[in-house]
Structures are given as structure tokens and as C-alpha cells.
Design a protein around this ligand. Structure first.
Ligand SMILES: [Zn+2]
Length: 266
């Protein structure tokens, strides 16, 4: 069964022609989760031929625009395409007001049920579970309330001796308190907005450097590290990749449109 992540955006705040801001399509044992939804996400879904009515859950990590400015457009497109199926939306509590106000002023009554699940807990909290997958939200260290997400496969069949897992950590300053929670994860996505040359800037803005992302991956014993949320100042992200690999060799850099299969490291 498929367990993979497709990158819809790998830049931080400012989009560029080759890198959109944050969004990821996660296929977790055929459950489709959209993680963050920057502006232009629905165009990325089309560009990469992803059948977006398959999305049942949208998770918004925090309310900086580069993580949700594409949400209204996508919700409206679902409506215009005649979606009937329920959509689950997870995010900070204010997101519900933001969405409802925009629907209200445009006199839009969605054709499908939209169920909102506010993220408020200061502790890790299971936000979704079924017979195949479990999703936990956990607080990250950023300038406004921000959540990371941990996805764990549950089925243990004879042919699947170990369950696969994926952690999404963006945006965040270097924060070792997340390590126990994501210990042994098969693939960790961790933001790497800056090169170490801009360590000061990373610290001031509560972002991470590539070396810090790699240190988290190393300390949590991850199978692989995926870095992303790159500052638009970098035309080439090779220096960031080199920096991370010096600490944690099993690092790959997010690239828009690329799909990464997640394998159990056990
Ligand atoms: Zn961001």
C-alpha cells in the first residue's frame, strides 16, 4: 500500500517560478492528507496530476500566509466541482472565522459539509485515527501558534512487518523538545529556511538552518530527512543540502512535483 509524500511547494514565504510556498500531498496508506495550502496549491495539484477530490483532510500548521493563502481557492473549487463528500479541516481556531467570513461575504453556501477541528492543545494530541492511520498534532516553536504532524501507519500484516511513519515539522526554530515524539520516524520533513551563514536571522525569526534540521534528524534517529521551506534568496539549494548532509547524510531536498516513497527503516 502506498505511503508517499508529494511536494507541492518547497519555498518559504515568497513564491518563485520553480518553487511554490508550503503544501504537501501525503498518501498515507491511501488516505490523502493535504498538509498546508499556500497560494497556488490548487494549480500545483493540477500541474502534478493529483486528483484533488481525493483529499479528505486538510491540515494547516499555522496562520502565516505562506501556509494557507491557497485554502479559500481550493475550498471554493471543491464547491464549484460539485463536491458532496465531507472535508475535514484542522488548524488554529481563528482559521474557522477566517473561512466563514469569506464564505459569508461572497454569499457562498458550500455544497459539501466542512468540518472544522481546532488545534489548541499545548501537548501532543491525536487528531485522527482509523484502522490504517493515526495522526498526532504537536506544538512547534515559532512566532505564532504552530503545529507539526506525525502520521503513523497502524496495520501490522505478515507482509508489512513494520509500520511506516512521517513527521512534518514546519515552521519551527531548533527545538529538541520534539525529539521524543518523533523518535525513530522513517521520514522527517524539517524546515531549513536558511544556511548557517544566516544563523542569526534564523534565530530571530524562529526558523531553522539546514544544519539544525539535520541535527534534529540525527538526534531522533530518523530514517531519512527531507528539508524544505527554503528562503527565496537561494537560487540553488545545493549549499543547504551539503550543509545538512555533513550532519545527516540521508538528507534529500524537497523539490516541487517530486514524490518521495516512505519506507520502514526497521
Ligand atoms: Zn512559513
Amino acid at each position: 500500500m502506498n505511503f508517499s509524500v508529494t511536494i507541492l511547494g518547497s519555498n518559504s514565504a515568497i513564491p518563485s517560478l520553480s518553487r511554490n510556498p508550503s503544501a504537501q500531498w501525503l498518501n498515507a496508506a491511501e488516505r490523502i492528507f493535504l498538509i498546508d495550502c499556500a497560494e497556488g496549491t490548487q494549480l500545483q495539484l493540477r500541474r502534478f496530476h493529483l486528483h484533488f477530490q481525493r483529499i479528505k483532510h486538510i491540515l494547516i500548521s499555522h496562520l502565516h500566509g505562506d501556509h494557507y493563502y491557497g485554502l479559500m481557492g481550493l475550498l471554493t473549487t471543491f464547491h464549484l466541482l460539485g463536491r458532496k463528500e465531507i472535508l475535514h479541516l484542522y488548524g488554529p481556531p481563528e482559521l474557522s472565522d477566517i473561512v466563514n467570513l469569506q464564505l459569508e461575504v461572497s454569499l457562498t453556501r458550500l455544497l459539501y459539509p466542512l468540518e472544522f477541528h481546532p488545534l489548541v492543545s499545548a501537548e501532543p494530541e491525536m487528531i485522527f485515527t482509523d484502522e490504517r492511520v493515526e495522526v498526532t498534532a504537536f506544538p512547534l516553536l515559532h512566532s505564532i501558534p504552530t503545529y507539526g504532524f506525525l502520521f503513523r501507519e497502524k496495520i501490522r500484516l505478515r507482509n508489512y512487518p513494520a509500520c511506516r511513519s512521517y513527521a512534518y515539522c514546519s515552521d519551527t526554530a531548533y527545538d529538541e523538545s520534539i525529539i521524543p515524539l518523533i523518535k525513530g520516524v522513517d521520514l522527517v520533513y524539517h524546515e531549513a529556511t536558511f544556511h548557517t551563514e544566516l544563523q542569526e536571522q534564523a534565530r530571530n525569526r524562529l526558523h531553522s538552518t539546514a544544519a539544525e534540521a539535520a541535527t534534529i534528524a540525527l538526534k531522533c534517529g530518523a530514517g531519512k530527512l527531507l528539508i524544505g521551506h527554503f528562503s527565496a534568496r537561494y537560487d540553488s539549494i545545493q549549499p543547504l543540502l551539503d550543509e545538512a548532509r555533513a550532519v545527516f547524510p540521508e538528507t534529500i531536498a524537497a523539490s516541487d512535483g517530486e514524490t518521495i516513497q516512505i519506507f520502514s527503516k526497521h
